[in-house]
Design a protein around this ligand. Structure first.
Ligand SMILES: [Zn+2]
Ligand SMILES: [Zn+2]
Length: 70
């Protein structure tokens, strides 16, 4: 690999799939996502908020990592 700073031209990664929510299985422009691969869209997030969110944080239901909402 060439040792270069990531230039916008060379460093392009495919935007395949973008985000797909693990709850509703739909592709979304944005999802909250976890390192383990879990993703949840804002709509589902809102529905499940009571289960996974705790104020400014949310917890991945798969691996129980805690994430800040930002
Ligand atoms: Zn969803
Ligand atoms: Zn996770």
């Amino acid at each position: 690999m060439p040792e270069q700073k990531e230039s916008p031209k060379k460093y392009r990664r495919k935007r395949r799939g973008e985000y797909s929510c693990h709850c509703c299985k739909e592709k979304k422009p944005f999802c909250w996502s976890c390192n383990c691969g879990f993703m949840i869209c804002p709509e589902c997030f809102a529905e499940n908020r009571w289960g996974i969110s705790n104020g400014p944080t949310w917890i991945c239901p798969d691996c129980e990592r805690v994430h800040m909402m930002e």
